[in-house]
Design a protein around this ligand. Structure first.
Ligand SMILES: Cc1cc2nc3c(=O)[nH]c(=O)nc-3n(C[C@H](O)[C@H](O)[C@H](O)COP(=O)(O)OP(=O)(O)OC[C@H]3O[C@@H](n4cnc5c(N)ncnc54)[C@H](O)[C@@H]3O)c2cc1C
Length: 362
């Protein structure tokens, strides 16, 4: 079968790897540098921990695939630092971990199992022993090396159903395929709508900040940390490199909505995150060293949704890096056998207006 994959982020490249593994004839299009948009940067958090047992199970499978890719790449793609989730609803995370049979510990703030750069730790934490830092740049290098012969630098303008195929019109060609998978990140909504698949079109700005660990802490192997602080701020943070600590926060929607502009979103996020670092992270120097911009889809939580219309599949979701190997394999299988993979997770965390997707069709 000839399959087009639109987008060479971590999801598109994982799908391409799986399609190649099944013997498909694949073209993976990207309008820029592969892994250059939402998958950009050197690190992400990996965790089995989710509040939904199905997602824990998917993450277990994903971890196995990352381990297999690590062997293939001859370098570790995940650093085993563990991931900690702290806050008021730890019991929900623990219940999902238990239901999926994932190893974890629920501990208090003074537990010796915690290695965190903070002076104040919430009353309850869950330690996900299989969590850690995804070395995103290494993953990108590995995936690019496996897929280089089929990745094409071209902007896709149109995806059209024709009799007997799906035509992909790009800046370099117009070609007909047996199936197409649209995993174009922020651009998925516009492309998928051309064939009647409607995914959330709204975008938010998001900025992650990197800081230096203070002298004396720069060699610590801190755990990745997802936490709600005592003043109610949700953050995610991890060792993004030697002596480097990356922090992102869930900043108020008004400050990060698309129309507010990137500069406004950056300033507001910087204020919130540096304030948080000053207040809570005793081992971190609050001077911003580096920032990473990206877009997110408002209101999504962990998980993904796959929609089909005829020969075209489209996928969207949030926090997809950790699940990408298994999601890619599912998308590849579905492209080849005409099925639609079940959607998983995707609880909405905040009310959003007018972007509820139509259900999958076909
Ligand atoms: C700062 C930050 C922190 C994050 N933290 C985590 C984390 O800790 N854990 C986790 O699991 N996830 C995390 N995520 C989310 C995760 O990185 C993304 O969900 C994932 O990388 C999305 O991959 P993707 O392939 O769907 O999208 P993308 O990486 O955006 O890939 C889409 C690709 O499509 C291409 N494209 C778009 N339009 C066209 C077109 N018309 N023609 C051709 N090509 C096109 C783009 O160039 C792009 O390369 C984080 C993201 C960011 C930015």
């Amino acid at each position: 079968m000839r399959v087009a994959v639109v987008g060479a982020g971590v999801v598109g490249l994982s799908t391409t790897v799986a399609l190649l593994g099944q013997g498909a004839d694949v073209v993976c299009y990207d309008r820029g540098r592969p892994m250059g948009e939402r998958s950009v940067g050197g690190s992400r958090i990996f965790r089995l921990a989710h509040t939904d047992a199905e997602l824990v199970d998917l993450a277990i499978r994903s971890r196995r695939m990352y381990d297999a890719w690590s062997r293939d790449a001859a370098e570790e793609l995940i650093d085993d630092t563990e991931t900690v989730v702290s806050g008021p609803d730890v019991s929900a995370w623990a219940a999902a971990m238990s239901a999926a049979g994932a190893r974890h510990s629920v501990v208090g703030p003074t537990s010796p199992l915690l290695r965190l750069p903070a002076g104040e730790i919430p009353a309850q934490s869950l330690v996900d022993h299989a969590g850690g830092v995804v070395r995103a740049a290494r993953v990108g290098a590995y995936l690019r090396s496996v897929t280089s012969s089929v990745v094409r630098e071209a902007t896709v303008f149109a995806v059209e159903e024709t009799t007997g195929g799906v035509r992909v019109r790009s800046s370099t060609s117009a070609e007909v395929f047996d199936a197409a998978v649209v995993c174009a990140g922020a651009a998925t909504s516009g492309l998928a709508a051309q064939v009647g698949i409607y995914t959330p079109p709204d975008l938010n700005h998001h900025v992650r900040f990197t800081f230096a660990l203070r002298q004396g802490s720069e060699r610590e192997r801190f755990q990745c940390w997802i936490s709600r602080s005592s003043d109610g701020l949700d953050t995610y943070q991890h060792l993004s490199g030697p002596g480097e600590w990356a922090v992102g926060a869930h900043v108020g929607r008004d400050d990060v909505r698309w129309e507010a502009g990137r500069d406004h979103a950056t300033q507001a996020s910087r204020r919130v995150v540096t304030g948080y670092v000053r207040r809570y992270l005793t081992a971190v120097d609050p001077q911003v060293r580096e920032l990473l911009h990206c877009t997110t889809t408002p209101g999504l939580d962990d998980g993904y949704r796959v929609l089909r219309r005829g020969r075209v599949l489209a996928v969207y979701g949030d926090n997809l890096f950790k699940l990408a190997p298994v999601l890619g394999r599912r998308l590849a299988g579905a492209a080849l056998d005409g099925s639609t993979p079940p959607s998983t997770g995707m609880h909405r965390t905040a009310p959003v207006g007018g972007d509820e997707p139509a259900d999958g069709r076909g």
